[in-house]
Design a protein around this ligand. Structure first.
Ligand SMILES: CCCCCCCCCCCCC/C=C/C(=O)SCCNC(=O)CCNC(=O)[C@H](O)C(C)(C)COP(=O)(O)OP(=O)(O)OC[C@H]1O[C@@H](n2cnc3c(N)ncnc32)[C@H](O)[C@@H]1OP(=O)(O)O
Length: 285
């Protein structure tokens, strides 16, 4: 595993937490970083896969491990954010889907399912400090959290239909959990990317913040709003509200991987992905 867990910004030596600190490989290899504020118990989970936090198999596995660690340590809140100054996450790494190795393709989709199940169903309160663009899979991660604070002048949305791909049901249920059904339907069918202001207006994000620091503070303020609630009662309430979405994927997890593999391998989808990758690369030149 390549992620780092840092408690109070230093490796904690207490017996209780020792098991919890995962050893680092070389610092430059880290794909996620977890810092736990030992006063508040809030964990900041930072994605760090330059240039765009493309969600490849390694980043997804790392994210899953970090979410599980945060949960095991009974942190009082999880804030998901990005080390980049302009991108929260560019969504799924298209290279994982283009001319794929078939076994890795299955592992990739399973890893995404596991991240979603862990984040969407987390017992720990969750929030996203969206400090950059957040298309597709990036939007899925943010929308899986309970609260979102976004910086201005970026974009967020599930743009799959614009790419000629179909967002799976659990992407859609995540959107429906946040947005009124009619707005969710329009946004999903149009593959619409919303500006920060538009996202605030429709309720896709809860607040805007001028800086990342302010966004983090606003997420912490959201966690503080649970100060007078019982954590177990809070979690069981969230669990019941999200139960059907989670059960639907759990019941169809294997079939969902098969659907994905079948869909991605279609020649027309491969052609579309190839053209899209080319257009992204041309744009970068
Ligand atoms: C009957 C129904 C059955 C249904 C069954 C279900 C089947 C399931 C189907 C599959 C569903 C899949 C769901 C998909 C989800 C996704 O997340 S797909 C990914 C979508 N993402 C995007 O569209 C974002 C694309 N990227 C951008 O828009 C921009 O890059 C950016 C994020 C806004 C950043 O812009 P900028 O800072 O200008 O950086 P760039 O120069 O554009 O990019 C830098 C380099 O990064 C590469 N890159 C960018 N995004 C990706 C990506 N997603 N994957 C891979 N690579 C990416 C880009 O090419 C540049 O590369 P270099 O040129 O090599 O530097």
């Amino acid at each position: 595993m390549q992620s780092a867990l840092i408690v109070g910004k230093k490796i904690c030596s207490s017996l209780l937490l020792r098991n919890w600190v995962r050893p680092l490989s070389a610092a430059s290899d880290k794909l996620t970083n977890v810092e736990v504020n030992d006063k508040t118990g809030f964990a900041k989970l930072t994605m760090n896969r330059p240039p765009v936090n493309g969600l490849n198999l390694d980043l997804l596995r790392d994210l899953h491990q970090s979410i599980q660690d945060i949960e095991k340590n009974k942190c009082r809140g999880l804030i998901l954010t990005s080390a980049s100054n302009t991108i929260f996450s560019a969504g799924l790494d298209i290279m994982e889907m283009y001319k794929p190795d078939q076994e890795r393709l299955k592992q990739f989709w399973t890893a995404l399912q596991d991240v979603w199940l862990a984040l969407y169903g987390s017992a720990v309160p969750t929030a996203a400090a969206i400090n950059g663009h957040s298309p597709a899979g990036g939007c899925l991660l943010a929308a899986s959290c309970e609260y979102r604070v976004m910086l201005p002048k970026y974009t967020i949305g599930l743009n799959e239909t614009q790419l000629g791909i179909v967002a799976p049901k659990w992407f859609m249920s995540t959107f429906r959990n946040v947005l009124p059904r009619r707005i969710a339907e329009q946004a999903l069918t149009q593959g619409k990317m919303f500006t920060s202001d538009e996202a605030l207006k429709i309720g896709l994000v809860d607040e805007l913040a001028a800086t990342k620091e302010e966004a983090l503070l606003k997420c912490e303020k959201f966690f503080a709003s649970f100060a007078k609630t019982d954590p177990i009662a809070r979690y069981l309430t969230k669990k019941q509200l999200r139960h059907n979405d989670i059960k639907e994927l759990l019941d169809e997890k294997v079939q969902d991987v098969e659907n994905f593999v079948l869909f991605v391998n279609q020649p027309s989808v491969q052609k579309g992905l190839g053209l899209y990758l080319e257009s992204l690369k041309k744009k970068a030149k």
